[in-house]
Design a protein around this ligand. Structure first.
Ligand SMILES: Cc1cc2nc3c(=O)[nH]c(=O)nc-3n(C[C@H](O)[C@H](O)[C@H](O)COP(=O)(O)OP(=O)(O)OC[C@H]3O[C@@H](n4cnc5c(N)ncnc54)[C@H](O)[C@@H]3O)c2cc1C
Length: 439
């Protein structure tokens, strides 16, 4: 039920949202935000074109440069996309008569690379010293997905070690919000993660993680284990719980993990982490997100005839996210809250409740290249924003890029809704209230 108290809360939340939205940094940031939302709106309102573009981007890294146009044609022109037939034929005709295949292939690759660059900080840890970085604290991530061979996993692990060696030592006594951090994708550093053999998988993962944790501790760098698909959740969580309790790691206060609110079990998961942190006597940072593997979870559950672990609707995820925000704040200081979101309603909700509960030791985290306007808006209110900053080449970056494109263009996502030009009041509406309005 939507009570009077909730209505009052929502007025405050709307006012915070207006402040974040209205103080959106320098003009070029606002301009970029405007252009990005228009591109999202225009470029991806055609579902078939969107699907084929993603498929093409997915295969692009495996193509020889001279063949790029050939495959572009197959994916975007031969298929029944929404591009008008006369336009498809005219473009192909012009390219054929002027022998422009190579040039077009080169241009396509260039454009995708430029686009990828918007979301990827740099292609190697070695460049970190040279590139001009803003003063924002970061959590660095080496781009890569599930490793397909032990050699690939070893190489991925090596890159994490290299990154840790390159990063400067964190000064003692630094504000924890400014502490350098690293995010690790566990399926990238260990191939042998089998849900049906949890015990042994946990052991393999812990063996892979130990050297990284040791190295991070010597430099005072924080470590966060990213959360991936649902069937790895138990392995990743158990590995973390046992490992962080080992004598050499038990008292290190800069370890963290992710909880995904689209999981029906997320609130119970938070409860388990709270009890664990009490037992450990040292806080654990929880990055609360909504979850990035929605379609994958649904398809997999359907394929196997299982009940889906994720909610059916965005509204349910949003309601659970807000419940989890409150639970996380109530669990402070055992759990240290970090919130990963670009949604203005979620951001304002978090700021409202952290203020009410007088908690200042919390983090807002956002992805590199996304929602720049809100980052500036928050910073102008004195809130420090940590940027999740991927490092890596185009090839391992493709899956990451596609997840970001999907997020930006998903028609239920906040950024897409905003690109439709909806007014702030409706975008900031409580998910509980949405029930009443049937949205
Ligand atoms: C710093 C940072 C780190 C992150 N780390 C991780 C990580 O380790 N693991 C991970 O999984 N994700 C991670 N994410 C991604 C995150 O889970 C979200 O996918 C992303 O932030 C979009 O959520 P939002 O709140 O910004 O936007 P919103 O537009 O408010 O929410 C979009 C999200 O709502 C949910 N949703 C959308 N439609 C539906 C539907 N029909 N039914 C149910 N739920 C729906 C999905 O989770 C979707 O991603 C991270 C995000 C950030 C910013």
């Amino acid at each position: 039920m939507f009570t009077k108290q909730m209505q009052d809360d929502d007025k405050e939340i709307l006012s915070i949202a207006k402040t974040i939205d209205g103080s959106g940094g320098p003009w070029y940031q606002r301009f970029r935000f405007f252009i990005t939302s228009k591109t999202i709106h225009l470029g991806f309102r055609y579902p078939k074109l969107k699907l084929q573009t993603f498929k093409f981007i997915d295969v692009l890294p495996s193509l020889e440069s001279k063949n790029i146009y050939k495959y572009f044609k197959i994916y975007l022109f031969d298929e029944n996309t929404e591009i008008p037939t006369f336009l498809k034929s005219s473009i192909q005709f012009l390219i054929n008569i002027f022998f422009l295949d190579y040039i077009v292939s080169f241009l396509i690759l260039k454009i995708v690379k430029i686009f990828a660059k918007l979301f990827i900080l740099t292609d190697s840890p070695r460049n970190l010293e040279e590139i001009h970085l803003s003063t924002r604290p970061r959590t660095y991530d080496i781009l890569g997905e599930t490793a397909l061979s032990p050699r690939e996993a070893k190489e991925y692990l090596h890159q994490y070690s290299e990154l840790l060696k390159i990063l400067p030592e964190v000064p003692t006594g630094i504000n924890s919000k400014l502490r350098t951090n690293i995010s690790i994708k566990c399926s990238g550093i260990e191939t042998r993660l089998y849900p049906e053999a949890e015990e042994v998988s946990v052991r393999y993962l812990q063996d892979a993680l130990r050297p990284i944790l040791r190295l991070a501790m010597t430099k005072g760098i924080g470590i966060n284990l990213d959360m991936e698909q649902y069937d790895l959740k138990a392995i990743i969580s158990r590995s973390a719980m046992d490992l962080f309790l080992e004598p050499e790691f038990q008292f290190y206060p800069h370890f963290g993990i992710v909880v995904q609110s689209y999981l029906k079990s997320s609130k119970e998961d938070l409860g388990v982490w709270k009890e664990y942190a009490k037992l450990r006597t040292v806080p654990i940072t929880i990055r609360l997100v909504k979850g990035a593997y929605l379609e994958f979870e649904r398809i997999k559950a359907e394929e196997r005839g299982w009940t889906s672990p994720v909610f059916e609707t965005k509204k349910e995820t949003d309601i659970k996210f807000e419940e989890n925000v409150l639970f996380l704040l109530e669990s402070y200081p055992y759990l240290r809250p970090a919130f990963g979101t670009h949604n203005l309603r979620s951001l304002s909700y978090i700021l409202y409740h952290t203020k009410r509960k007088n908690i200042s030791d919390f983090e807002i985290q956002m992805l590199y290249g996304m929602a720049g306007k809100y980052k500036f808006g928050l910073e102008s209110m004195g809130i420090i924003v940590r940027e999740y900053s991927p490092i890596g080449a185009l090839l391992p970056g493709m899956a990451y890029l596609i997840r970001r494109l999907l997020e930006n263009t998903s028609n239920q996502g906040f950024l897409y809704q905003m690109s439709l030009g909806k007014n702030l009041d409706s975008l900031i509406m409580s998910p509980q209230e949405e029930n009443l309005h049937g949205i």
